[in-house]
Design a protein around this ligand. Structure first.
Ligand SMILES: [Zn+2]
Length: 227
């Protein structure tokens, strides 16, 4: 624990005084623009990756960046999404997978989690990725197989996300946009799912118009524009 307490001392002595006004405002409320759902993996640090300030990102992390489909499983992540959309009124939800993901390796090699019944049961929510890859690219193994599983898991979780009524309603009203990304730890690269093209594309430096996975807003006001 010494490492953590030392780290907190450093934060309190160096970071906090420099942003005292930010923390004073945040003490009584939050208004994050984005909900960021990613893996619990210790190497994925959303606030660090996006140079985010406190109060900007509503982060939810679990093994495999999974969102169980509506009505199948009441979970922390589903409750957090509902809260983020209905109360915090986030403008964006990002589901972000990552390279070298242990959860995706468990999909690839299910025998590795046979002694972890809770993990194995949780990973059933990602079985769509395993099945899609097995049906379409049955001979893909190793790193290439892992990459496809990681991408297909993000696509599958985006589809689950769309089954949540609060999410579906906010997207239909043009008030919420959804995004599927994959982060490469070793190269500091991001790929985004382009739902129109049906593939992941690299997010290039200086290019801010990134592809997304938001369906057409059927009830959007004519003047509504993307945030
Ligand atoms: Zn992971």
């Amino acid at each position: 624990m010494k490492r953590l307490i030392e780290g907190f001392e450093q934060f309190r002595n160096d970071v906090f005084p420099a942003q005292r006004e930010v923390f004073r405002q945040l003490a009584s409320g939050q208004s994050p623009h984005t909900m960021f759902i990613t893996c619990a993996d210790s190497r994925v640090m959303p606030e660090l990756m996006f140079s985010a300030q406190p109060g900007e990102l509503f982060v939810y992390r679990n093994i495999g960046n999974i969102v169980p489909p509506y009505a199948q499983h009441v979970s922390g992540v589903v409750a957090a999404i509902e809260y983020a959309v209905k109360v915090l009124k986030v403008k964006h939800i990002v589901i972000c997978g990552h390279s070298d993901c242990g959860a995706m390796k468990a999909l690839q090699y299910p025998e590795r989690v046979k002694d972890m019944p809770s993990v194995a049961a949780w990973m059933m929510h990602a079985d769509v990725a395993r099945y899609v890859v097995a049906q379409n690219r049955p001979n893909l193994l190793g790193d290439e197989g892992l990459r496809h599983l990681t991408e297909e898991n993000v696509v599958g979780q985006l589809e689950h996300l769309r089954t949540l009524p609060a999410v579906a309603a906010a997207m239909a009203a043009g008030e919420l946009r959804i995004h599927g990304w994959v982060y490469d730890i070793g190269h500091a690269e991001l790929k985004a799912f382009d739902a129109q093209q049906g593939r992941f594309v690299q997010i290039e430096p200086g290019k801010f118009d990134v592809p997304e996975a938001t369906p057409h807003a059927r009830f959007a006001a004519p003047t509504a524009t993307a945030a």
